[in-house]
Write a protein that binds this ligand. Structure first.
Ligand code: FAD
Ligand code: FMN
Length: 638
């Protein structure tokens, strides 16, 4: 605290607030960066506050009235869209109230995105654009942080710009500016504003379980899709618990967020290294500075919490370790070589990425890789508690994964829904390690009748047209067929209009991977689908390779006619399908495509860019390698 006082005296009285937009489909990256940033700043600079732009309960007018500088951290989702829920801020900013309050306010945006997407960092840029249009002053250009590389570097750049700006405006002394930049570059730790205490057990040795959050659904069925399980895709059926049969909980096209859990045995093995028992209950006890504490501890971590709950339901030990985590752990290693390795990996982003790529490193593997880290050799649970305290906020939280609903309440029932899940499975560079997608593996292996925490998320922009006569053109690739299975079920089981044109154009690798083929053929026989066009991209027996855009072009006249008759086009799959379908529709519609693309008759449901991200990532890694002489890196452990 003495340090705070010293630093505070170096900072002019500045009402500075951090404003962050964190709630997007992807969720954790921007949130953890924003939390780190404002905690780091707040421990050094007074008067800095976080605001979640996606929180409908925030009163933006009073939160921003007296603010001098707005730091806005925003990711991008969908196809260049602002994070889910944060359009309420944009609406407010454009209102008279918003314009009055934001006029002449200073701001700077840090945009998180990925170069795998054509509209790189478009979400953050959109916020900057809106703020400028309502009269706010941009202090330095949007800093774009690319998930595929340069994350740490660009984030430090953004923060350094802030210190430079404060120095230039006499809000900070030169020496404090230098100290802050040095702190940033050395990866100076933030001080947790709490300590952890293992709760004594009652006379029966029992501890109370923490309360659960979220809606509980039961996994009632799982079926392999495609010709056999080689397709890697499967369908699961979930039944909401405690539901009311008369309430329709979803509509075809909606999404579900699924919270995966870490395997118990794996979490138990990991936590044993802290010298803690799996069923120990931990109190998070604030330090004296309650003001700081309140906002430093994450509200999603129950207090008290059992070690089991913390490591199976809250913290994500299945992800790659961050620089901040490695830096915090380095502190507890005595063996000099291991300590130096950890520190080097913490600070050198390129080296860390390369190491992660080479070893397939995940947080749960750290104790095996750096054996001298483990407390179990020393048998000192207090030290385990200290390490846990330091790493608690540096391990990201488990994030939900989204799935499109593949059923219709008309067919499955109001509270029962199906999901179509593609099992993510890939090998690391060199093929030495098999990686399993965390949530898809969770759903693929969870015993039937187990509980799953789920949240139904309406997707109002991906709904069937109200007028059941309007043509519907569905275009999908791979597991992108998921929502269309729900649409087709809806056509089959609701008293729909059989005269409607309903086309499904579907692309997959080969016949074995054609999902729901018999269901779609049946729908054609029953005349609820007027056309089912399939194309294979990797079938040796079917040449040449065809993709969905080609089928669209081949049927240009019919598709144009349906669109001109008020038809709706739905596209679902990864980011590549959007680009290829856009190209084909632009060829068909000519100049009219621009208007159609913006119209409410063009619906997109984009899953992400996983394979592309990986390919670009690998290309970047090899480019970096050929540019720089690799430092030889020693490692201990296996
Ligand atoms: C709105 C929306 C709707 C969605 N709907 C569906 C749906 O209906 N069905 C469905 O299956 N998915 C859907 N998804 C995707 C889904 O949410 C998950 O992202 C997906 O299941 C993977 O999650 P996971 O936890 O299994 O993988 P993770 O553990 O999160 O791993 C994914 C990561 O693995 C890496 N990776 C993936 N593939 C490869 C590869 N081939 N080579 C190298 N690296 C790779 C990438 O880094 C990627 O980021 C949807 C996503 C969104 C945003
Ligand atoms: C469904 C989806 C769509 C995305 N769309 C874009 C995009 O259009 N442009 C971009 O730059 N990044 C895009 N991204 C990448 C994210 O913005 C990036 O991963 C960011 O680091 C996520 O931060 P978050 O976890 O806080 O959401 C997308 C990611 C997903 C999963």
């Amino acid at each position: 605290m003495a340090i705070d006082v010293l630093w505070n005296s170096d900072v002019a009285q500045l009402p500075l607030r951090v404003l962050h937009a964190i709630y997007s489909y992807n969720l954790p990256r921007t949130q953890s960066r924003a939390t780190w940033l404002w905690t780091f700043l707040r421990q050094r600079v007074p008067m800095i506050y976080p605001i979640n732009l996606a929180n409908p309960d925030v009163d933006f007018a009073s939160a921003l009235e007296n603010v001098k500088f707005i730091m806005l951290l925003a990711s991008t989702t969908g196809s260049g869209e602002v994070p889910n829920g944060s359009s309420i801020f944009i609406k407010w900013a454009k209102s008279d109230d918003g314009k009055r309050i934001l006029n002449r306010k200073r701001f700077a945006v840090c945009a998180f995105g990925s170069r795998a997407y054509p509209k790189f960092c478009a979400g953050g840029k959109r916020f900057a654009d809106v703020l400028q249009k309502v009269g706010a002053e941009e202090m330095y250009p949007v800093v774009c942080v690319d998930q595929l590389g340069n994350e740490d570097t660009m984030f430090r750049k953004y923060t350094t710009h802030l210190f430079d700006w404060m120095r230039k405006n006499d809000l900070m002394t030169e020496s404090l500016r230098d100290l802050m930049v040095e702190n940033l570059e050395n990866g100076a730790a933030i001080q947790p504003a709490f300590y952890l205490r293992v709760r004594p057990r009652d006379s029966y040795g029992m501890v109370a379980p923490p309360s659960r959050i979220g809606t509980v659904a039961v996994l009632t069925n799982r079926t392999d899709l495609g010709v056999d399980s080689r397709s890697g895709s499967f369908q699961v059926t979930l039944q909401l618990q405690n539901s009311v049969s008369t309430i329709e909980y979803y509509k075809p096209g909606d999404h579900v967020a699924i919270w995966p859990r870490t395997n118990k045995a794996l979490a138990q093995y990991f936590t044993a290294h802290f010298g803690l028992n799996f069923d120990d209950q931990i109190d998070i006890v604030p330090l004296n500075d309650a003001h700081l504490h309140k906002s430093c501890i994450d509200a999603s971590i129950p207090n008290p919490v059992t070690v089991e709950y913390l490591f199976t339901n809250v913290l994500d030990i299945n992800t790659e370790p961050s620089g901040e985590l490695l830096s915090a752990l380095a502190h507890y290693v005595e063996e000099p070589e291991c300590k130096a390795d950890l520190e080097e990996l913490a600070l050198d982003e390129d080296q860390r990425r390369d190491w992660i790529e080479r070893t397939g490193m995940k947080t749960f593997m750290l104790f095996d890789y750096f054996p001298t880290l483990s407390c179990i050799h020393r048998r000192e649970p207090e030290e385990g508690c200290d390490i846990l305290r330091d790493v608690l906020l540096k391990i990201p939280k488990l994030r939900p994964r989204y799935y499109s609903i593949s059923s219709s309440p008309a067919a499955a029932g109001n509270s029962t829904f199906d999901l179509t899940v593609g099992r993510v499975m890939y090998t690391s560079k060199g093929g030495s390690r098999l990686h399993l997608g965390f949530c898809s593996d969770f759903l693929a292996t969870l015993p039937l009748q187990s509980n799953v925490i789920a949240e139904l998320r309406p997707a109002p922009s991906f709904r069937l047209p109200k007028d059941s006569k309007l043509p519907v053109i569905m275009i999908a690739a791979g597991t992108g067929i998921a929502p269309f299975k729900g649409f087709v079920d809806h056509f089959l089981f609701s008293s729909g209009d059989l005269s409607r044109d309903a086309w499904l154009i579907y692309g997959c690798q080969n016949r074995d991977r054609e999902l729901y083929a018999s269901e779609m053929e049946n729908a054609v026989d029953r005349r609820v689908l007027s056309k089912y066009l399939v194309c294979y991209s990797r079938d040796p027996d079917v040449m040449p390779k065809t993709y969905v855009d080609q089928r669209v072009r081949e049927n240009a006249d019919a598709i144009k006619d349906m669109i001109l008759r008020g038809g709706h086009v739905y596209v679902c799959g990864d980011i590549r399908i959007e680009q290829s379908v856009n190209g084909a529709l632009a060829d068909i519609l000519g100049d009219d495509f621009e208007d159609f693309e913006k119209s409410p008759r063009y619906h997109l449901d984009i899953f992400g860019a996983f394979d592309i991200q990986r390919q670009l990532d690998q290309r970047l890694t090899s480019a970096r390698k050929s540019l720089s002489m690799r430092k030889s890196f020693r490692h201990v452990g296996t």
